[in-house]
Design a protein around this ligand. Structure first.
Ligand code: GLC
Length: 439
């Protein structure tokens, strides 16, 4: 990739602006706290020019690790002005929550191993060994937690209990399930009596971003009430599963898990440490089980209901993420690449739309229901490179960088016009622009 000095300097300025010392907030006003996969993507960018700061970003995530191994999707800023955010989760109600830090009670796609390895690639052998030695116990405990708590029947697939755990908050498959099975009675009443404007005034995001670019208020209320229910169960997975709350084996999460498991094994091998035998079996199991999410009829992958094992056949960009997992057959990879080439599906002028252009859900500016997101593009570029489609990877890298240089470091982009949407000065857009330019 040609160096783009202006783009790189601009991106560094965004990361400097969002730098909170030991972590980088995704955006200064709307997202002041630390998010798990955001910090991983940010570290992947930082490693290109400030390796120490990249390591600090990862170490600060470790601080939030629960005693059972979970790494939460959010670690809250201790600033007194955010007391309300911390109280919403009140993580202290769970005995496993870390001492002296307020966090959420759920996780996010396990991008940690990827970030660790990407940092490792920039280190000389001896430094890499000590980096891997330092991080392996924490990483291993996190993956063990995923299997202990989220794969209770040893099926190979990890289940998620809140749309926030997928990172794609209002993605169609989850919204479909929510509207069918999970919407509380009071929200149904709000919906049918058309009382949503009463609640819209309480939203913080729409004070920063036009309402049409965010999720619908009913969906936002659904996410909020799901969080309240999890909190009532003390974020205890046994109680959550007993009460048939959300339990979905999400495609994004599990594709990232497959790749993260490979990285975990590579890290252990590099420093000649063994991974427990049962973990190795579980990890192998995940690779095999990913194929259970394939639907031959539509030629796509989907998320699956944990209880009924039914695929949730609502298309989204997640269908392409098994390319990133890297374990699927060449034949299936080819079928996915065909979707990527099809202008009615994912080949919009500014790919990749988070929902296929021909889906009834598609809305080019509505959050995870259409816009293109740079982190997803990064994952798919990486997957295409490793799956034998280097030209597709280069084309996607170029169109992603064009979209950013023309429009700025925004949270997401209209895939039809490239226009910016969401908040400006968004950390992972900046970080990954640097990474795509330099590697
Ligand atoms: C939103 C996104 C999620 C991200 C978070 C912070 O919730 O959907 O993926 O981690 O914001 O940027």
């Amino acid at each position: 990739m040609d160096e783009q000095p202006d783009l790189v300097e601009g991106a560094k300025a965004v990361l400097a602006m969002n730098d909170r010392g030991i972590y980088t907030s995704p955006s200064i006003e709307l997202y002041p706290h630390q998010w798990l996969w955001d910090s991983c993507f940010t570290a992947i960018g930082l490693r290109n020019y400030d390796i120490d700061r990249a390591m600090t970003e990862i170490r600060s995530l470790f601080e939030g690790q629960w005693h059972n191994g979970m790494i939460p999707n959010m670690i809250f800023s201790p600033d007194p002005k955010y007391a309300r955010d911390r109280n919403i989760w009140n993580s202290i109600i769970n005995p496993n929550s870390p001492d002296g830090l307020a966090t959420s009670g759920i996780t996010q796609p396990p991008m940690l191993a990827e970030a660790i390895v990407q940092i490792g690639k920039k280190l000389k052998a001896a430094e890499r060994r000590s980096w891997y030695k330092e991080v392996l116990p924490t990483l291993l405990a996190y993956h063990q937690w995923i299997y202990n708590e989220r794969d209770p029947h040893n099926e190979g697939l990890a289940l998620q209990i809140h749309p926030w755990e997928t990172g794609l908050d209002n993605t169609p498959p989850w919204m479909q399930e929510m509207h069918e099975h999970q919407l509380s009675l009071w929200i149904r009443v709000v919906k049918s009596l058309k009382l949503t404007p009463l609640f819209t005034v309480f939203r913080r995001d729409t004070k920063h971003v036009p309402a049409g670019q965010r999720m619908h208020t009913i969906d936002a209320l659904g996410l909020f009430s799901t969080q309240r229910r999890l909190r009532r169960k003390g974020y205890d997975i046994n109680k959550v599963l007993k009460h048939s709350l959300f339990a979905i084996e999400d495609l994004t999460f599990n594709s990232v898990l497959v790749r993260a498991n490979q990285h975990l094994q590579d890290i252990a091998k590099y420093i000649r440490q063994d991974i427990p035998e049962d973990m190795l079996l579980q990890m192998k199991n995940t690779e095999t089980a990913l194929e259970h999410l394939w639907d031959a009829y539509t030629g796509q992958y989907y998320s699956r209901d944990f209880v009924t094992h039914k695929l949730i056949k609502e298309a989204s960009v997640a269908t392409l993420l098994p390319l990133y997992a890297g374990t699927i057959s060449h034949d299936r990879a080819k079928q996915l690449v065909r979707l990527l080439e099809n202008q009615h599906v994912f080949a919009t002028d500014y790919p990749i739309p988070s929902v296929p252009a021909n889906s009834p859900w598609f809305n080019p500016v509505c959050y995870w229901q259409g816009p293109a997101w740079v982190n997803i593009n990064w994952l798919i570029i990486d997957g295409l490179e490793r799956s034998g489609f280097p030209d597709h990877a280069t084309a996607l890298k170029e169109s992603t960088l064009d979209m950013i240089s023309q429009n700025g470091f925004y949270e997401y982009f209209n895939p039809l016009t490239g226009e910016a949407a969401g908040v400006p000065n968004f950390s992972w857009t900046a970080a990954l622009a640097i990474d795509l330019t330099k590697n």
